[in-house]
Every structure is written in C-alpha cells, then in structure tokens.
Design a protein around this ligand. Structure first.
Ligand SMILES: [Zn+2]
Length: 75
C-alpha cells in the first residue's frame, strides 16, 4: 500500500511518542520495535503491563496478547 506517500521520515510511536522508522502497525498506529519488544517481554503481573494496556486501550484491543501475536510484516 502507498497510503503514506507524503509522510515524513518516520512515524510517531503511540507508546513512547518518539519518531521511529520501524515497528508494527495496529489500527493505523505505530508501535516501534523497542516498545513492541518491551510489551512482548512484559508479564501480565508486571505493573508495566497496566501501563501499556492504558496506552493500548485507544486501539480497543482485548489484551496485550493481540500485540504479542502481531508479527512483524517487514523483514
Ligand atoms: Zn516506541
């Protein structure tokens, strides 16, 4: 798809708020590689899980598992 023809170099990660070039897209929102890796590593009992869930609640995901199961589409 070429939906971002005029986009600048990178997109704003919805978790850390930094401009990143790579990451996964969920509901048209970017989650950068480092945040994605953090989420994957975070245990349900970890306080960070709640932190990420609050961020991710905008995406109306059922759980962080949706992120964990989301595979990178780029090589
Ligand atoms: Zn990030």
């Amino acid at each position: 798809m070429a939906m971002h023809a005029h986009s600048p170099a990178g997109e704003k990660c919805m978790i850390c708020g930094e401009i990143k070039l790579t990451g996964i897209h969920i509901c048209n929102q970017l989650i950068c590689d480092s945040c994605h890796n953090q989420i994957v590593k975070t245990d349900v009992g970890d306080w960070k899980y709640q932190y990420y869930m609050k961020k991710l609640s905008k995406l109306k995901l059922k759980s962080v598992d949706d992120i964990k199961e989301h595979k990178h589409s780029t090589k």
